[in-house]
Design a binder for this molecule. Structure first.
Ligand SMILES: C[S@@+](CC[C@H](N)C(=O)[O-])C[C@H]1O[C@@H](n2cnc3c(N)ncnc32)[C@H](O)[C@@H]1O
Length: 396
């Protein structure tokens, strides 16, 4: 791309001020943390982003209640496996608009009333703007609801299931760049443009410390090899360990289910993926340019499955297995549900067609169906039965 055609990234005043105060640049991780979670300027922190088909981006639960209704038997299986009669909790981290929590509470109450009477909803939402909307959405939820921080939960851990649906992809990532001989940490820098005013740029920063560079070998990034040109970049996930540690402190017994964009390391760090997995979403538009209008776009990066599993084991979790969402939902009865739509009488055709479309979107292998479900249980706690979502699909 010629310099004239390169996208321009004017720095908003708040960011310009922060970058000047930091000496002109910050690691990409700091920038992403600000752009997403700053309480005043961040896309989530300010409550600016809207989840849903009419908002900035759609997620599985925002397409309707089918996703939650298919997921509910899995959560009920785990909750039922925990010895009673003590209270149970369904904990959701990053509940977005609150759709999934509400739909799960309704499904539990309808289908497992004996479980529902001893289960509460616990919502973990660090961003005040989002928490406000969740309180409104869950005002009439059929289960008692509490909003707590991980720190508060660590003081009074609960037994149950912790669900993280499209949350870990919103943790700030480190971006690293190969310069032809060294791995460097990428930075976001202020560029003084006399004609257009201060603008933002990505630039290679300091070489990675040996401790961090040592993590690159199991990911297949060392040696970098001739296939990776200077400027090749990708992401690391330094926030995962502390998130998983907080999750482990929150749950004294039970399961953690992570549902998110994720790749195996060989696919994530393949030489041909020369710009990592970072994407920005706004008003149903997507771009791989993370510097566009900071604080107005959702920024997400995929998880690396091996890195997540290793970090989980180090924090007291053991893996129960993982599967693509398409296969997980088929194991939980999505095909039967689709078939059942044809048997319904008295439902308007357009309603049936839109449910059919939503069900197909959930398993589309080029979109939501490629998401991963990764399950864990607390080490040294109740041994949970083999997960339903890992079993063969029921016969049609
Ligand atoms: C992409 S939205 C997902 C919303 C919802 N789970 C869904 O699928 O519709 C990410 C949510 O996670 C929240 N979040 C971001 N960082 C978080 C963290 N460290 N812990 C818990 N929630 C977080 C955001 O504020 C937002 O509510």
């Amino acid at each position: 791309m010629s310099p004239a055609a390169a996208p321009s990234h004017p720095a908003p005043a708040w960011l310009e001020q922060r970058l000047r105060a930091a000496g002109g640049s910050v690691p990409f991780l700091t920038y992403m943390q600000w752009a997403l979670h700053d309480p005043e300027h961040g896309a989530y922190g300010s409550g600016r982003l809207q989840v849903g088909p009419r908002g900035d981006f759609a997620t599985s639960p925002s397409l309707g209640p089918d996703f939650a209704e298919l997921l509910a038997p899995q959560l009920a299986q785990w909750l039922e496996a925990l010895p009673g009669p003590e209270p149970l909790a369904l904990v959701e981290a990053g509940p977005g608009e609150g759709d999934l929590a509400l739909q799960l509470a309704q499904a539990l109450q309808r289908q497992w009333p004996q479980l529902a009477v001893r289960t509460e909803l616990v919502l973990i939402e660090p961003n005040p703007g989002m928490a406000e909307r969740q309180r409104a959405r869950l005002a009439d939820a059929p289960l008692p609801c509490r909003w707590l921080s991980f720190e508060q939960l660590a003081q009074q851990p609960v037994r149950g299931v912790l669900l993280a649906h499209e949350v870990l992809d919103a943790l700030a990532v480190e971006r690293i760049e190969w310069d032809g001989s060294l791995w460097r940490r990428q930075r976001v820098a202020l560029h003084e443009d006399p004609a257009a005013g201060p603008s933002l740029r990505l630039e290679p920063g300091e070489p990675l410390e040996p401790r961090i560079a040592a993590q690159l070998e199991p990911l297949g990034l060392v040696p970098a090899g001739a296939q990776r040109q200077s400027g090749w970049c990708t992401e690391l996930h330094p926030g995962l360990g502390s998130w998983l540690q907080q999750a482990a402190s929150a749950l004294s017994d039970g399961a953690l289910l992570v549902i998110d964009y994720a790749h195996e390391a060989w696919r994530y760090y393949a030489p041909q993926r020369s710009n990592g997995t970072l994407m920005a979403y706004r008003q149903q538009q997507a771009t791989n340019d993370p510097l566009l209008e900071p604080g107005h776009w959702d920024l997400t990066a995929h998880l690396c499955i091996e890195s997540l599993e290793a970090a989980a084991v180090a924090q007291g979790w053991s893996s129960l297995g993982h599967r693509r969402q398409g296969e997980a939902l088929l194991a939980l009865g999505l095909a039967q549900r689709l078939h059942g739509l044809q048997q319904q009488s008295g439902v308007p055709l357009d309603a049936l067609l839109s449910r059919r479309e939503a069900l197909l979107r959930l398993v589309d292998p080029h979109a939501l169906g490629d998401f991963r479900w990764l399950a864990f249980q607390r080490q040294d706690a109740t041994s949970l039965p083999p997960a339903l979502f890992l079993q063969d699909p029921p016969m049609a």
